[in-house]
Design a binder for this molecule. Structure first.
Ligand code: AMP
Length: 484
């Protein structure tokens, strides 16, 4: 298996949730269900919940959407005082129930369940080493590496004790490299951890007497938990009967530079989330406002590509004074087009998802704002759709810099040669998508709008400056634009 095949299998975009429930309450799985609902945008392929009743872990995983998997009878089997949950999206090739999370195992230390968001860059190597040493893997997911490392850990503590669990986890996390925000559950302990760069988000909330961990604050909002703070990069938190404990697992120089994913702000997180301590909506609107200054256009209307382009388009409209209009209407009964695994479905998907409001657009000069261009397929279809609806000019504006480099830290992006901006100039892309003009937000402008220093973020997808080493891909022929 080449590296690309390996990464195709390993790349995960996911959401995680954990709750240590109100004492005496056995509703943990119901809260997890709601939490996962509010994280559904982070993955629609599979979902799972593991709950503990204090003695046993109860597990249920399924393919599809949270609301379809977790019916009332299923939730009834997941009674417990604490629970973790996971929503998963993976790229084509590993779309199997066996890869659904949380992973649950039985080892010398007891029962253990783990849910992971991110991507480990040294998973293949670790897996090979573990298999050579006798480990038998049940999935193709990189998360299982952590579990095997924990099972093999030797500590001075009694297997099954809380000290042993934490020592084993510290040892395992000391060996893996990459992006992880994870939640872990045993019969009597809930643990949350975030990698030292803090690529993927993880937040802490409180609900009356209970603690909640979640990828995004939307999960806290839904269950009416109070947002406390981010789990810090390199922080490990332990929640059990004795309360809440926090420690730095990676103290020292490694933490001087964090790598929070800027693409979470641009596209991935929900706009109503507070991400890395900032409102995603306000950030996206600021990106749009800055874009209107950097890449102005003479136009009659500003249209978003819904839903992800909406806050940026509002920002663009407010700052430029060009009226905002919902000239593209989205059907909410289809998933994100990019999520569809086959190219043929994706092409059809744009039409399934979006339709133009013809009366509004006839004879109008349009600025259309989207958050990013990946392959260029969506933009091309949208420009075509707007022209056939009667628009006289179509100016495409993108509220992020050109996406020219794949992500190895947990956002699913295609290989480099499939990213249109890796091999084409802005003018070439404008011609391909048949827009009258195309303008991207600059990297400097993005940070100016964010109001933060670049050194706290990872922007490898725009800059190619990777913060952690990853196995290199074999060189491939650049993308040929069919129909350019
Ligand atoms: P494309 O047609 O390949 O250029 O896809 C561009 C569209 O995909 C934009 O409308 C983005 O909102 C969306 N998008 C960008 N990155 C991702 C991602 N990692 N997963 C899903 N959708 C994405």
């Amino acid at each position: 298996m080449g590296y690309e095949a390996a990464f195709d299998k390993l790349a995960d975009e996911c959401g995680v949730f954990g709750i240590w429930a109100i004492p005496g309450d056995h509703e943990a799985a119901n809260f997890a269900y709601l939490g996962l609902h509010a994280l559904q945008h982070r993955g629609q392929e599979s979902a799972g919940i593991v709950a503990t009743d204090g003695k046993t872990l109860h597990v249920h995983r399924g393919m599809g959407l949270v609301a379809d998997i977790f019916t009332v009878p299923v939730l009834d089997t997941l009674k417990g005082v604490a629970a973790i949950g996971h929503v998963r999206y993976s790229t084509a090739g590993a779309s199997h129930l066996k890869n659904a999370q949380p992973i649950a195992i039985q080892y010398a230390g007891g029962a253990l369940a783990l849910a992971h968001n991110g991507n480990l860059v040294n998973a293949e190597q670790l897996r090979t080493d573990l298999e050579t040493a006798g480990s038998i893997f049940q999935t193709t997911s990189d998360t299982e590496v952590v579990v095997h490392l924990m099972a093999r850990a030797r500590t001075e503590f009694r297997p099954g004790s809380r000290e042993h669990l934490l020592a084993a986890l510290r040892q395992a996390l000391g060996k893996v490299k990459g992006a992880y925000s994870l939640v872990l559950l045993t019969e009597s302990t809930l643990v949350g951890a975030r990698d030292p760069m803090g690529f993927r988000p993880l937040v802490l909330g409180r609900l009356k007497g209970s603690y909640v961990l979640a990828s995004e604050t939307t999960a806290l909002d839904l269950i009416e938990a109070e947002y406390i703070r981010e789990i810090e990069p390199g922080e490990l938190v332990v929640i059990d009967e004795s309360g809440f404990h926090s420690e730095r697992i990676f103290p020292g120089p490694g933490l001087e530079r964090t790598g929070r994913c800027v693409f979470e702000h641009i596209y991935f997180a929900r706009p109503d989330s507070v991400l890395f301590g900032r409102s995603v909506y306000a950030t996206r609107a600021a990106f749009g406002a800055r874009l209107s200054v950097e890449k102005p256009a003479q136009a009659d209307l500003v249209l978003p590509v819904p839903d992800s382009g909406v806050p940026a388009a509002i920002g663009y409209s407010n700052a430029s004074g060009i009226p905002f209009a919902m000239g593209l209407v989205r059907s909410h009964y289809v998933g994100r087009t990019f999520i569809e695994p086959a190219q043929s479905i994706r092409h059809f998907g744009v039409k399934l998802k979006l339709n133009a409001v013809k009366d509004m657009l006839k004879g109008k000069r349009i600025v259309v704002v989207d958050d990013s261009v990946v392959r260029g397929t969506t933009s091309r279809k949208i420009v075509k759709m707007l022209r056939s609806a009667g628009a006289s000019e179509v100016h495409m504006r993108i509220s992020s810099p050109p996406t020219a480099w794949p992500c190895y830290y947990g956002i699913d992006t295609p290989t480099r040669q499939e990213l249109i901006a890796s091999s084409h100039s802005v003018d070439e892309i404008a011609r391909y998508i048949t827009a009258d003009s195309l303008g991207y937000l600059s990297l400097e402008g993005m940070y100016a709008a964010l109001g933060e220093d670049r050194s706290g973020y990872c922007d490898a997808c725009f800059s190619g400056e990777y913060l952690l080493d990853f196995p290199k891909q074999r060189p491939q022929a650049p993308l040929r634009l069919v129909g350019a």
